[in-house]
Design a protein around this ligand. Structure first.
Ligand SMILES: NC(=O)c1ccc[n+]([C@@H]2O[C@H](COP(=O)([O-])OP(=O)(O)OC[C@H]3O[C@@H](n4cnc5c(N)ncnc54)[C@H](O)[C@@H]3O)[C@@H](O)[C@H]2O)c1
Ligand SMILES: N[C@@H](CCO)C(=O)O
Ligand code: NA
Length: 816
């Protein structure tokens, strides 16, 4: 047989009671009759307590009592046939009258004893169970109402009575065998002492009733019907991706419930655990969902953890000093002192030097604990053998739970990597020696971020979420959003990565959304945003949002964001950028970026700084980190100038070709940056630095390809005008090259720590002769690639290839 327990929400409304009846139709048969345990209707227990406590303060309770009556009578009216209604009203009314008398007594005496309180709250279960047994009798004539105070016997600790299990087992067994043909509806939560007075079972009471009955009757299963789909992998209010677990061992269920996951109160599991009776958690509001089974023999699972539990807002107390070193009995004194005063210790850690003990308690216990400790250890404190007690509020515990971690190395590594990478400081650590759980204490402020980061790290079959904050919505920024939009399904399916754009800014507006901005309508939403652009405010808000797996993307051509990079790294946020200004400013800054990123365990990716999406930075990094040495680099790295020389042929005039390069999106926002050689210089400088040379801008020798008036132009407009009027200059260059059957090439070179960019005319024997479009080419001659260089070639400018490079960098951040 089975025990079916229905919680408050499952008996709380007409429709949930109808579902309950449907469930019973499935479970009830002549061969096997379940025992049904019921809670009070949702909200009724609290209402009873508030009436009782109010009455003790002299407050009237008539209105609340009327509300309580109405909740029950409404159900009777809706679910009982008309001829059965009156007898039910009468039986319920008798209860309400008794309740009123009791409350009246409390009001008169202005006194609420624990005994009276238990009696008052018992009306919740007694009324709901009586009412539902009457409703059920219309479908199951063998339905019988059972008052558990006759069967479950306890001592007289009202409010939290201790069950006499031997006697209870006997009473339950004999009652049930006498009534084996009946469908029993038993009041949850309540019990009775030997004087026949009502007691209650404390927290999680109705679950406990179900476990006691299940154990006494050797039930094949205990079903707990509630309003969620089972035990979840994490608190779903904080982790949107949390999902219900199929199966758990008792130990795992207890560990998970200990900190949070309040689906079931752990001690209620003990009777079921001792008899190895499976507990199934089911959802009354989705009865077809399989729910969670808690059982002895779980199927083997490949997951190292089952879930993450957490408890927010606790305080930690630390005691430190030489007074406790090697002193047996010190912690005994400390903890028995706290236990005597009923202060619950949530977690304890002790340093191996025995120099300090840290433990966690509920905030309401802090003052009392502090006073007790200061009194108990007064002498040690006076003698400076103990430092004054340190109290830290606003802390949280996060614990990963699972029996598999016992056999799996790397579980704690994964936990701490996820926390560390997200900049979450771990204040203290505890691992049960059973290896079923690893608990960490962190700041409450970081709890949601930590839960999500750790959930992403362990449940890898789900997608990992990256939160991107993007500066710049121009050529590259816009193209990146289009690519992300077009590719999002593939990315989730094949890379397990979901990118949420949590913030966008251009020079006019900014916009934020921790759930991710729409990639279809971001442009309109940004234009409509109330927030004017403010770079410092953008970075501040990004930090404040404190989201896990965060990436800052700089798709501007502005020097302004650069000054924030260091700050961003310090907030444990990775940076991806196509903006070259940061890496090509002072060497000191170049170095600071790398040191800071490394120190904070985050990434700094800038593949598109050189050759757009072509794998140049990555290739150089691989060469360097595998111990190769760069002897020489020769390269064409201006996509714009490459395009110009590839099309500046025959009748073409220079001005038109430059305009076309700009129209095609190859140039910098200001094309003078390309034509002046400045953009190329930046790339050479970045390459030289990545190749290990401590170089500054002035160390790169540049051949100027522009005549003086073009260089002096004050605006882009003037610049184009100057290009037009200098047409003869460029036509001459072209003519000369064509006469010699050569092509113009703007070539960068790094050799022996010297960097230069020169304008050359090369013939067809030169490896850089054959290029087209915006092609870049780079050849690395190294210790290992010395006879023939390593060459990378392809389109080196343009929005699509650049955005694709930024995209790839972003995904690489996600992969770490
Ligand atoms: N075009 C290419 O082929 C290519 C290749 C590699 C790298 N890049 C780099 O890409 C970057 C962007 O180029 P683009 O063509 O998209 O430029 P763009 O002018 O089209 O867009 C720049 C964007 O940055 C925004 N912006 C500028 N300053 C800002 C600030 N302080 N705060 C917030 N937003 C700001 C602007 O509002 C604009 O939305 C440049 O650094 C460029 O060097 C371009
Ligand atoms: N303006 C740049 C874009 C690529 O960095 C170029 O022409 O090469
Ligand atoms: Na590149």
């Amino acid at each position: 047989m089975k025990v079916l327990k229905f919680g408050g929400t499952s008996v709380g409304s007409v429709s949930s009671i109808q579902t309950l009846l449907e469930i019973l139709k499935e479970e009830n048969s002549n061969e096997s009759k379940p025992v049904v345990v019921l809670s009070a209707m949702s909200g009724i227990t609290n209402l009873l307590i508030s009436m009782a406590e109010g009455a003790a303060q002299g407050e009237e309770f008539t209105a609340q009592l009327a509300e309580l009556e109405k909740r029950h009578f409404d159900v009777v009216k809706a679910l009982l046939d008309i001829q059965n209604q009156n007898p039910a009203y009468t039986r319920l009314k008798i209860h309400f009258n008794q309740l009123e008398e009791l409350l009246q007594g409390v009001l008169t005496l202005r006194e609420l004893t624990a005994k009276t309180r238990d009696q008052i709250v018992s009306f919740g279960e007694r009324c709901s169970t009586l009412m539902i047994s009457k409703i059920a009798a219309q479908h199951f004539p063998e339905a019988l109402f059972v008052d558990a105070s006759e069967l479950i016997k306890t001592d007289s600790s009202f409010g939290q009575a201790k069950v006499n299990l031997e006697l209870t087992d006997l009473l339950v067994q004999s009652f049930c065998s006498e009534n084996s043909d009946k469908l029993l509806f038993v009041t949850g939560f309540i019990a009775g002492n030997d004087a026949g007075q009502i007691t209650t079972l404390g927290r999680g009471g109705s679950d406990y009733t179900a476990a006691i009955l299940g154990s006494a009757l050797n039930a094949e299963e205990i079903q707990i019907w509630t309003d969620v789909n089972g035990m979840m992998t994490a608190d779903p209010r904080m982790v949107k991706k949390a999902f219900p677990l199929e199966e758990l061992s008792y130990t795992e269920a207890m560990e998970l419930s200990y900190f949070g996951a309040k689906v079931i109160y752990p001690p209620t599991m003990i009777p079921a655990f001792l008899k190895r009776i499976p507990i199934v958690i089911k959802n009354t509001f989705e009865p077809a969902f399989p729910g969670t089974v808690i059982r002895h023999d779980c199927k083997s699972s490949s997951l190292p953890i089952k879930g993450i539990s957490s408890i927010n807002n606790i305080s930690i107390l630390s005691l430190e000093g030489s007074g406790m070193v090697g002193r047996s009995g010190f912690s005994g004194r400390l903890f028995s002192l706290l236990a005597r005063e009923q202060i619950n210790i949530i977690l304890i850690t002790q340093s191996s030097s025995e120099h300090s003990i840290t433990f966690a308690v509920q905030p309401q216990d802090v003052q009392k604990a502090k006073q007790l400790i200061e009194a108990e250890f007064e002498l040690e404190l006076l003698a400076n053998k103990l430092e004054p007690l340190v109290v830290e509020a606003n802390q949280a515990i996060l614990a990963i739970v699972g029996e598999n971690m016992k056999q799996t190395p790397g579980v704690s590594g994964k936990l701490f990597h996820a926390l560390g990478r997200n900049g979450i400081n771990v204040r203290a650590i505890a691992q049960g020696s059973s290896e079923y759980n690893i608990s960490v204490i962190i700041s409450s402020y970081d709890l949601a971020k930590a839960l999500n980061a750790v959930h992403d790290a362990f449940f890898i079959e789900l997608t990992k979420t990256l939160h991107a904050f993007c500066l710049g919505t121009g050529n590259i920024g816009k193209t990146l959003f289009n690519q992300l939009n077009a590719h999002k399904e593939y990315l989730e399916k094949n890379n397990g990565i979901q990118v949420k754009i949590a913030g966008i800014s251009n020079t006019r507006k900014m916009l934020f959304n921790s759930d991710g901005l729409s990639l279809d309508s971001w442009e309109q939403e940004l234009a409509d945003s109330m927030h004017g652009a403010d770079l410092a405010g953008f970075v501040e808000k990004m930090k404040e949002m404190n989201l896990p797996n965060c990436v800052f993307i700089d798709n501007t051509a502005s020097p302004k964001p650069i000054s924030f990079y260091e700050d961003v790294f310090k907030a444990n946020i990775s940076v991806v950028t196509c903006n070259k200004i940061g890496n090509s400013a002072s060497f000191e800054q170049y170095k600071t970026f790398r040191d800071t990123a490394r120190k904070h365990g985050v990434d700094f990716f800038y593949e598109t700084n050189v050759g757009a999406g072509l794998p140049i930075i990555r290739t150089l990094k691989d060469l360097m980190s595998s111990g190769d040495r760069v002897k020489r680099i020769e390269a064409i790295l201006s996509g714009t100038i490459s395009f110009i020389f590839n099309y500046f042929k025959g009748d073409a005039n220079f001005y038109d070709v430059v305009k076309e390069a700009q129209d095609k999106g190859y140039t910098e926002p200001d094309p003078r940056d390309d034509l002046s050689g400045r953009d190329f210089m930046r790339k050479m400088l970045i390459l030289a630095r990545d190749a290990g040379y401590e170089m500054e801008e002035a160390d790169v020798q540049i051949d100027n390809i522009l005549p003086q008036p073009c260089l002096e132009a004050k605006t882009v407009e003037d610049f184009y005008a100057a290009l037009k009027s200098e047409d003869a200059f460029f036509a001459d260059l072209k003519k000369q090259a064509e006469k010699e059957k050569k092509v113009l090439r703007y070539i960068g070179k790094l050799e022996d720590g010297k960097a230069s960019i020169t304008l050359q005319m090369v013939d067809e024997s030169h490896p850089f002769y054959m290029l087209s479009g915006s092609d870049n080419i780079i050849s690395f001659t190294t210790d290992r690639y010395k006879d023939r260089p390593l060459v990378v070639k392809g389109p080196g400018a343009g929005a699509e290839v650049t955005a694709a490079g930024v995209f790839a960098d972003l995904i690489n951040v996600g992969a770490n």
